[in-house]
Design a protein around this ligand. Sequence first.
Ligand code: TXA
Ligand code: MG
Length: 337
Amino acid sequence: MSAASFPAVEGAAGAPSTDVDAAVEALRRGLLVGLPTETVYGLGADASNPTAVARVFAAKGRPADHPLIVHLHRAAQLPQWASHIPTAAWKLAEAFWPGPLTLVLPRAPGVLAAVTGGLDTVALRIPAHPLAQDVLEAFGGGIAAPSANRHKKISPTTAGDVREELGDAVALVLDGGACRVGIESTIVDVTTDEVRILRPGAIGAEDLQRVTGQAAVLAPGPSVRAPGRMNLHYAPQARVVLVPAGQVAEEIGHCLARRERVGVLSRQRAPAWPVEVPWLPLGTSPEEQARQLYRRLREADRLRLDVLIAVPPPDRGLGHALRDRLWRAAGLGDRLA
Ligand code: TXA
Ligand code: MG
């Protein structure tokens, strides 16, 4: 479907807005809305409208069998979307919603197969961003919202990023500022007796364990069920090379010898690096690094780097999710994660 076929929304063209009523009106008309959440910006559509859902897949260039996350306003809506809600799911919902957690549950009979990619499960999340909350409350129904990027590209963390990614395919982009978390939600499969992490995020295995009282297992290897676990995802144009801090200077040398445009993404800049090599600071705390990561990968694109040398943070707490995203950006998927 071409972007030109979307009916215009009054006053919505161009600049990002904070007009919740206009967003709800657009959703009711089956149009797409750029929606700020605390993790990344979503590409929102009425989850009960097959035409709207089809537009999401067309705008993203996403294969039809890749399921979407349905966003809700209140946990009380869960039974409309999930046929069975295990105790562990209720505990997690109570502890972490609204927040950066997505629960995969058995889907209720009425849920559109297009939303779940034909699966018998559905991914559900209550986002914490106040604008998302306002839209969800006023809209009343579920909003299907994948990250508002083109398939396999970097998730957007500002309203401007959404426009850059999707242009006129979105009727309106709500501007909720830069995302507080900066990387996508933790996805947890609670359809079986196990608590399985399908995608790591700001809520870690220890957090999940503390709440459910049972071990949270990382689902092994890339899975066809979650494109977020495919090898090349969240990727900038540049080739991403992961090296420890001590090897950056040497790697820069190799790149320069090949006459490649090279930049470095890291916590600190070392005096030994040539001044002409751009440094993309990743921030110091893990929280700051999560907020910066996608912004910096976009910057690497803007700088037209051939190679981005990245120094992964330690594998502790949020560092685990950051390494997961960096490994994917480097096309290494789960191999070293
Ligand atoms: O933080 C987030 O989760 C953001 C914001 C906008 O909420 N959304 C997001 O959506 O990252 P998306 O579509 O880019 O990633 C959702 C992931 C995909 O990897 C998808 O395969 C997986 O969730 N997923 C959705 N439904 C699933 C299901 N029923 N079973 C397993 N994985 C599922
Ligand atoms: Mg995504």
